[in-house]
Design a binder for this molecule. Structure first.
Ligand SMILES: [Zn+2]
Length: 201
């Protein structure tokens, strides 16, 4: 995205000259154009809603760990409350993304290169991208068509970025993480529909 777009060659030469730096219009510098306030999202349409840095492990994936899974979660709380939990250092929990029920809006809370704390298991945290969905396992009305669709688009793009097969061996539910006592996304999550959407996204 904007963040990584290289400067045009002409501008790079001018900057390398050093003395000419002052002559470069301010707006041409990527630091000022992207700016500290501009989100560093990995998924282009996501809104940057950062978790506190105390709720995830900074890393340099996929260099540090291979990313070969997507873990699907349900928040058991509202979208807004989920974001606020991730911002609370006492909660010791986070996910890379939260998808809102009503409109499928996607918030990114942790960079994909970092290890979010969502699976409850270090091995699965290091190897996966965690996606939370606003809703409750026993309230299927929260799993709207737009939530499925926007989430599937997100999962498809994650799979494309890391070469992850778009199948149930690699796109798993939190309940499938060995040793977990979590049940999400629960029996109302339509895996057949979701996988079909991921594969057609
Ligand atoms: Zn979960």
């Amino acid at each position: 995205m904007e963040r990584t777009r290289p400067l045009p060659l002409l501008d790079r030469r001018r900057i390398l000259k050093g003395a000419a730096l002052a002559a470069v219009p301010y707006v041409l510098l990527p630091e000022t154009r992207a700016g500290a306030r501009t989100p560093a999202v990995d998924h282009p349409s996501a809104e940057w809603q950062p978790a506190t840095s105390l709720n995830y492990t900074a890393s340099s994936r996929p260099t540090t760990y291979t990313v070969d899974q997507v873990v699907i979660h349900v928040t058991q709380t509202t979208y807004a409350q989920a974001l606020s939990i991730f911002q609370n250092p006492q909660k010791k929990v986070s996910a890379h993304y939260v998808v809102r029920s009503a409109d499928g809006h996607v918030a990114q809370c942790v960079r994909e290169s970092d290890v979010a704390w969502h699976a409850g298991d270090w091995d699965h945290n290091t190897r996966s991208i965690g996606i939370e969905h606003e809703g409750w396992v026993d309230r299927p009305a929260y799993f709207t068509h737009t939530l499925y669709e926007r989430s599937a688009r997100l999962t498809a793009s994650v799979c494309d970025r890391y070469g992850i097969p778009k199948d149930r061996a690699h796109i798993i539910g939190h309940h499938e993480v060995p040793g977990t006592d979590h049940t999400d996304p629960g029996p109302n999550w339509d895996w057949v529909r979701y996988l079909r959407l991921v594969n057609s996204a």
